[in-house]
Design a protein. Sequence first.
Length: 344
Amino acid sequence: MYKTIIKPVLFLFQPETIHHIVFKIIKFLSSIPSFSTIIRRIYIIDDKRLERKLFGLTFPNPVGLAAGFDKDAKLFDELGNFGFGFIEIGTLTPKAQPGNEKPRMFRLPEDEALINRMGFNNSGVDAAVERLKKRRSRIIVGGNIGKNKNTPNEEAVNDYSICFEALFDYVDYFAVNVSSPNTPNLRALQDKAPLTHLLKHLKEINSQKKNPKPILLKIAPDLTNAQLDDIIDIVKETKIDGVIATNTTISREGLKTQNLKLKTQNGGLSGKPLSKRSTEVVKYLSDRSNKAFPIIAVGGIHTADDAIEKLNAGASLVQIYTGFIYEGPGIAKRINKKILANSQ
């Protein structure tokens, strides 16, 4: 029903416009008594065999919703009803910022992909904290943090620290985003020296807390093997808890669409074209490090088989974003069913 009726209607609208409309619809419907209960019964698979224990957390299942979908922590309780084991909010920055000029998100239906250059548009970390204070469900929430566009890289540590401190009491883990292609010079923070400095600083703040939170690093798929080796060294040196692989790509290799204007839009590409490279990065990190740290795989997961491929490559958990848009609200349930079938 989703692919034949609902998706064609949704795709009549601009991607960012319909995103906000759908959020409002879900929010409204969820305010109706028993609606959320019905949705949970349809989409959630409650089975102990799906549980994953990582970073001191117990994930009810290994399928999460990636950062970028609920940037401002407006719908995490409601989205948890669709069968996800965890929701990652953000990317959040210290100050509110509008992001890049619109239009800034584009569909590539032939490729089942998206290009976005959102630019960390969000209402600021403090506004998100106020919504997180009203958290009703027990869904695991990750906080994806970044820096403001106008903050020079030399001062980026301050922005990440502000977000870390503000969110600490309200999220279950942190994702440090230095890999978005849509904030000028952000990816330069992936270089060994500045990244080591940033992560050591956050680890120091974390160590002073009564109950430290897991810290993960989100990396780009466009890193070379030498750069991935650096990432492995940095994880070992800083003793952070894991890696999220991967963010969107600046590559346009292998796209099917013939619309030159569309496929040459600036921004990060997500969806099916990213699947192979994301899996390669996961496998490289897992094999090269001898499984020294957990990996959350994200990138091009549209089917249960895509998710199984990531898990077999060395991932402990997976995240969905573009696949949720193209495949519909049943995607987490389908993946979890396949995981259970494979465990028998």
